[in-house]
Design a protein around this ligand. Structure first.
Ligand SMILES: [Zn+2]
Length: 426
């Protein structure tokens, strides 16, 4: 540990109050997505803060991206501070958006309540606490070592919770997440303070609709029930697909253990008439039934395989079951992503965790997806990890919180990571 670095770590200890206040300020912007509330003021708050440390700040609105409108502009902020000479660029990326509040809260979700060494609020752990830790880490580093080589970037991006199309994907398509501009990326998602996350499983969302013919419910033989057709689809899933998925175990170190296998959730099912007329019965045969499936797949599986094993079941039913007709519509398709666990950012982060926390770091993959997919696929940048404070299980839950000690430790780890990557001799 150099004296300069030790100074940066001491500064983080001295600035815990600032870290907490910054987290609370970020939580107070109710950046709920959808629809994409308060993005612009939240982005400007971060931009204003970083411009005081000589960052060049740019705002990029994702015009034309899903959800972008004058009422809900998709505004991203990217701040860059060049050092005193040539060198790599280390980038910290956090998403500004949070999911809806939901019920079951015992504290106000957007006040930033501090209690028992924790900051509470929607987005506290996912991921405003992580973004605040990265900002404090970088500020402490700059104050101790203003003449570092290379460049430091911090971005606050939108829409991660809805796929990242107006956020990291939009920026990656325009070169913001590629070399030579950026070399190493850390995304402070809440993967726990002692774990380095090197990737995530893939996602395939699709809506399947079975079709029938409407008729009077007292004479169902005159119609054709879309719900009964859907029952056969679900039966085939139970008999064929689920057992097959359970047998596929990934070499990816996905946590928790149950997510090492391939999975599929049925997110919703709607069939028949009457949804629009709550409480009133409609004596009709269902002419439509729709399910939305959420298939999470492994690095060992291809998207084509994932699609075709569902389509094969539907095609098979279309051939074998009288009057079976269906439609399938893809909603979201994202391949799995994994970076090299022996790459610079992963090894540097693991070493920094060991140094700060004196524990053996775990190398993990996320069961869900996050913006690494866009940095990998669109930006073609492989040296990316997720590392940040907060427990993954608390994300999207009522009474979400982030621990102040964890944020402080994560800030120190990130300061070490940034400093070592900037001064790394390849
Ligand atoms: Zn997140």
């Amino acid at each position: 540990m150099t004296p300069t670095l030790q100074q940066a770590l001491d500064r983080i200890d001295d600035r815990v109050d600032d870290l907490v206040e910054l987290t609370r300020d970020l939580i107070r912007f109710p950046t709920i997505n959808p629809p994409g509330e308060a993005y612009q003021p939240c982005a400007e708050y971060i931009g204003k803060r970083l411009s005081k440390r000589d960052f060049d700040v740019e705002y990029v609105r994702a015009v034309g991206a899903p959800g972008d409108s004058d009422a809900y502009p998709r505004v991203n902020v990217i701040a860059r501070r060049d050092g005193s000479g040539p060198g790599p660029c280390v980038h910290f990326n956090g998403h500004l958006d949070v999911v809806e509040v939901g019920s079951g809260w015992t504290v106000p979700p957007f006040d930033g309540v501090v209690k028992d060494n924790k900051v509470y609020g929607r987005g506290a752990c996912d991921m405003k606490g992580g973004l605040a830790s990265a900002i404090i880490a970088v500020e402490a580093l700059i104050d101790s070592d203003p003449d570092y080589p290379g460049a430091i970037e911090i971005s606050g991006t939108v829409d991660e919770e809805s796929g990242g199309f107006g956020g990291v994907a939009f920026l990656a398509e325009r070169g913001w997440f590629s070399t030579p501009r950026v070399d190493h990326v850390v995304i402070p998602e809440p993967l726990n303070v002692d774990r380095v996350c090197i990737g995530h499983r893939g996602v395939w969302w699709a809506q399947i609709e079975t079709k029938g013919r409407i008729a009077h419910g007292s004479m169902p033989f005159l119609g054709d029930s879309a719900i009964r057709h859907m029952t056969t689809v679900l039966e085939r899933f139970e008999q064929e697909l689920y057992p097959a998925l359970a047998k596929r175990i990934s070499d990816m170190p996905v946590v928790p253990d149950g997510a090492r296998q391939s999975t599929m959730n049925i997110n919703s099912i709607h069939g028949g008439q009457g949804e629009a007329h709550a409480g009133l019965p409609t004596p009709c045969v269902a002419d439509s039934c729709r399910v939305i499936i959420d298939r999470r797949f492994l690095i060992e599986e291809s998207l084509e395989q994932v699609r075709s094993e569902v389509v094969d079941i539907l095609e098979n039913l279309a051939m074998s079951r009288p009057y079976f007709r269906y439609d399938i519509r893809e909603i979201l398709a994202v391949p799995a992503s994994i970076s090299d666990k022996n790459g610079p950012v992963a090894t540097t982060t693991a070493a920094a965790i060991e140094e700060i926390l004196a524990v053996e770091p775990a190398i993990v993959c996320s069961p869900g997806t996050y913006d690494q997919k866009h940095i990998d696929r669109i930006g073609k940048l492989k040296d990316c990890v997720a590392y940040g404070p907060g427990q993954l299980d608390l994300a999207h839950q009522p009474d979400e919180w982030v621990g102040i000690e964890d944020m402080t430790a994560a800030a120190k780890v990130m300061a070490l990571v940034a400093s070592r990557l900037l001064r790394r001799t390849a």
